[in-house]
Design a protein around this ligand. Sequence first.
Ligand code: FAD
Length: 386
Amino acid sequence: MSVLSSSQFIIIGAGFAGAATAYHLTRLGARDIVILEQEKIAGVHSSGRNASMIRQVVPESSIMVLAKEGADFLRNLPSDWPVPVEFRQNGSLLLGSGEGWQKLLRDAEMARNLGIEAESWPPERTKNFVPVLRETRFDGAIWCPTDGVVDIHALLSGYLKAAVSLGAKIRYGCVVRGIELAAGRVSGVVTAEEIIKAECVINAAGPWAAELGKMAGAEVPLRPCRRHLFVTAPLSWVDPAWPFVWHDAHGVYFRPDSGGLLLCPCDQDEMGPCDPPTDNAIAELLAEKIRRSFPGIADVAIRKNWAGLRTLTPDGRFVIGWDSKVQGFFWVAGLGGHGVTTSSSIGRLAADLVLKTESARGCEFSPARFASLSQNGRIEPPSSGL
Ligand SMILES: Cc1cc2nc3c(=O)[nH]c(=O)nc-3n(C[C@H](O)[C@H](O)[C@H](O)COP(=O)(O)OP(=O)(O)OC[C@H]3O[C@@H](n4cnc5c(N)ncnc54)[C@H](O)[C@@H]3O)c2cc1C
């Protein structure tokens, strides 16, 4: 196999992780970048199959910071942003009961301290706002008016177009099959056609990131987990201005979509990286959760469903940073259920770290925190509060 080309930076994956990293690298002045994507178009996997929701009040404070920065970016897209991106700020309602409600109250306080608008609403006010919640039982709701739903395809395409306009290249239908190493550092990647030499390889391969890591001799514990989404036919009583409503106690949410509703039972089945098949049993799980949590919408008929993979880490935090063993190998992975919301801030953090413009940020996401992986594959509790 011959060496046909070289690039300073290779990014593997054209989902939100890879696209936003390419975007911010180019904004910081990097030009010699090639994105390698195995599919014929961008957004075939998690980045094109998600619920498109921008949620800022989340349980992990380090992710909340990135979520706020990500939402701010969507509200104030740069003047040279190449495509219109609709961001409907209908807000969100996170319903809680018992201990879970106490935790939501603490999360909301943390959010306010970070400058995110988050109010505590009693059930009556919540039910007046979204009348189908009339029969739902909960202790209270967190109202976040600046949350919403974004056009994910326009957003993803915007990152890629902007990066390309500043010199980045994208190769579709290009599967990375190996990572080349020389003296303990990456020297390039192997594709079906060629070896592409590179100083830095950025692993933004989503559910495949752990496999790509192993090709370089690097290991991070990532778990791709399947989640289903369901959409109803149009429903006359759905108000398109409703926020997304998430019943935290039961793990189920809905939001307006195409005149009907999009619903999710928050299922989480671990599986290898793939194009995940749908499972009929999850439709039953959804029906059961809806009956229990949202009796006011229990009769809706489902028109279509699909599944995607959320790639999780043992501690719920992202993996963004240089590999601790393999020099020149950089991770942007493990984005769980937050990769749309935080896309811009993840890309900016990754680009800062790659170009070393802001080395102090982001240590809580460093892959080095998993260096203490024990032999049985379990994660040792972090010793320094990471
Ligand atoms: C059902 C569901 C609902 C969700 N809802 C939300 C939500 O409402 N809000 C939110 O913020 N987040 C949500 N998420 C999470 C979000 O979708 C992900 O965090 C995000 O899309 C991950 O982006 P990524 O770029 O890491 O992965 P991906 O989008 O999977 O991109 C990885 C890319 O790498 C490519 N690739 C892999 N291996 C190779 C290789 N060897 N060679 C070349 N290319 C390769 C793949 O083809 C793929 O295009 C949801 C996810 C799911 C599944």
